[in-house]
Design a protein. Structure first.
Length: 515
């Protein structure tokens, strides 16, 4: 059987040239994978074969990935190219996006994200070919109208799949934040540009973004993906919200426009910093019953608007509620925007004590009705709470990007006590080393989660790290020393391997502790 898609993977690392094709073959059907160990060899293959997608490392001897990207754009301008960057190489990632890369994959490679991004690239390429073929056919055959209608139906399906893949499959598990999200299209056949995201940023803070790209279809979904990825990159570099928005402006084409609200929550300082580009104001409800909209927005993102943005800062208290939403929630054909905002404020005021999921359902049921819906709706409800001083529980994907969340959460929890900095550091390092072992050894090429539980019991700290994978012994002379480090830092360590996964139990008696 002839494969429906063919991709080329370019890397000078033999290990990646073996691992990446294996991951593709395991997770994707009906696809052929070619490999090249240099840019020069890759160009020979690209000249001879019209690949559906190319994946290349950005750093290689001789011609690097950025130069190869430029050659591909010249030789095969319709071929989507994904670039692999090193951990923390944000500048190179930005250069890749500006140079025409479809997406970037950061090392260590998150297999789920890699496969999802490749799937989106292949679907976009497939649709582009079909559209080109249909245009040629329509010039010669008027009877192709029915096929054209079917093509647009398929375009909608691909657009919807692409948009859904860009929304988080689940919101991150961040201690002290209970989150609920809702996305409701105006009509089943209409795919819009509403999106949201939540992720960790440097310093133990949380990035929260809500956006709305004008229009519908594949181009809108593609711009959503670019804005989402770029926001994560710029926030990861430590830029404040206003600078993140200003840099997102460079992605917008002259005919495009988007509204974006970007917010950073610092749980240690209980402070919110945000900037808005033409987006509806976020809503803040405090435990005393006060409900206010946080004003301070500017014009939308758009190259013709030449707008600057400013940061706004708001202090919050434990128990506060945050709402981010798109204009489809409060602005419809039967009410004005002011009336919609007032209705939303009233609903939140009546249900201020509800949990995030209950409140999200109540907002949707009382404000959004099929009779008045004319636009898509994205809604994000966040309940901010202080950490339980007795215990903490984290359940996160077993990927490298989860480690900063685990590290900062454990530090925040321990910092509530009178433990010495030395004790806090030792417990935090032992916990993160155990989680790193899960990420590296528990699941292989499969996906999975890491479960972290910590509690104070009789003035001792008990830590339990669990996975549900099959443990792979470390290979190499200098591997497998993480357990030795954990044993040196903790008073008692127990490792239990079983059919349902591995459990690491640790105990530590700090020098001084008070809760």
């Amino acid at each position: 059987m002839v494969p429906s898609s063919r991709v080329l993977i370019v890397d000078d690392d033999p290990a990646l040239l073996q691992a990446l094709p294996e991951a593709v073959r395991l997770r994707m059907e009906d696809i052929a994978v070619d490999t090249a160990d240099s840019a020069a060899s890759a160009l020979e293959r690209i000249a001879a074969t019209d690949y559906d997608a190319v994946i290349t490392d950005i750093k290689m001897p001789g011609m690097d990935g950025l130069a190869l990207l430029s050659e591909i754009r010249s030789l095969r301008p319709d071929t989507p190219t994904l670039l692999i960057t090193g951990h923390g190489e944000h500048d190179l990632a930005v250069q890749a996006l500006r140079g025409g890369a479809y997406d970037f994959i950061a090392k260590p490679i998150d297999r789920d994200y890699f496969i999802a991004s490749l799937n989106r690239a292949l679907r976009t390429r497939q649709l582009k070919r079909e559209l080109d073929a249909q245009k040629d056919a329509l010039q010669q055959h008027a009877e192709q109208l029915e096929r054209t209608l079917q093509m647009y139906e398929r375009e909608h399906n691909i657009s919807e799949t692409l948009q859904r893949s860009l929304l988080p499959r689940r919101l991150p598990d961040i201690p002290g934040i209970t989150a609920a999200a809702r996305y409701l299209p105006a009509k089943p056949e209409a795919v819009g540009g509403d999106w949201y995201d939540m992720f960790s940023v440097p310093g133990g803070r949380v990035g929260i973004v809500m956006g709305d790209v004008a229009g519908r279809g594949i181009q809108v979904a593609s711009l959503m993906g670019q804005l989402r990825n770029a926001a994560r990159v710029y926030a990861g570099e430590g830029y404040p919200p206003s600078v993140v928005l200003a840099r997102l402006m460079t992605i917008i084409e002259p005919t495009e426009m988007a509204t974006v609200l970007f917010m950073i929550f610092d749980p240690a300082a209980w402070r919110i910093e945000f900037a808005s580009a033409g987006h509806p104001p976020p809503l803040l409800a405090t435990p005393d019953g006060t409900v206010t909209f946080l004003e301070g927005g500017s014009l939308p993102l758009g190259p013709m608007l030449n707008q600057t943005y400013r940061d706004m800062t708001v202090d919050v208290v434990p128990g506060s509620l945050l709402l981010l939403f798109t204009d489809g929630l409060v602005d419809d054909r039967n009410t004005t925007l002011e009336e919609g905002l007032r209705r939303l404020r009233d609903v939140v005021a009546r249900a201020n004590g509800a949990d995030a999921e209950t409140l999200a359902d109540r907002i949707v049921s009382e404000i959004r009705t099929d009779a008045t819906s004319s636009d898509d709706v994205a809604l994000l409800v966040l309940r901010l709470a202080a950490l339980d001083p007795e215990r903490i529980h984290l359940h996160l994907p077993a990927i490298p990007s989860s480690l900063p969340t685990i590290r900062h959460a454990i530090r925040r929890w321990l910092a509530q006590t009178r433990m010495t900095e030395e004790d806090i550091y030792g417990v935090m390092v032992a916990c993160c080393e155990a989680c790193s072992n899960v990420i590296e050894h528990a699941y292989g090429l499969a996906s999975g989660d890491v479960d972290v539980q910590a509690a104070f019991r009789e003035h001792r700290i008990e830590l339990t790290i669990r996975d549900s994978g099959t443990w792979t012994p470390p290979r190499g002379l200098y591997r497998g020393r993480g357990l030795q480090m954990i044993q040196a830092l903790m008073d008692d360590v127990e490792v239990l391997h079983g059919d349902r996964g591995t459990t690491i139990r640790m105990q530590y008696q700090p020098q001084e502790v008070a809760r």
